[in-house]
Design a protein around this ligand. Sequence first.
Ligand SMILES: [Zn+2]
Ligand SMILES: [Zn+2]
Length: 127
Amino acid sequence: MITKEKQKKCSKCKESKPVNEFGLNQHATDGCQSWCKACDAAHKREKRFNAPMKARYDYEKQLRKNERHRKFAEEKGLTKECRMCKEILAATKENFYTGNGKLGFGSYCKVCDKKKRQERRQRRASQ
Ligand SMILES: [Zn+2]
Ligand SMILES: [Zn+2]
């Protein structure tokens, strides 16, 4: 009689593999992980490599988008309202710090931004 090796279907690649192809998991009902070792390793590798790359990619995409918006604002001579002092200023680097807000700048004019930062610093110092 041929004793067939116990097989388990990997929930990721859907292949049936011998149980020794699966890592151990004390919490699983059958004591094995639901993904085979190959899939688990691939997944871990993917996660490790992709996560920082994705974050970086998104960050660079955002930077390019901001740059485009600033260029557009400059070309069109657009203005931007400071959310704090409500003053409407030309949307340029002279008036606003670059940021992820509208037109690629922060929400506050440079004057307000500085004030806000100073207040924050003072508040932190007084605590
Ligand atoms: Zn697998
Ligand atoms: Zn302002």
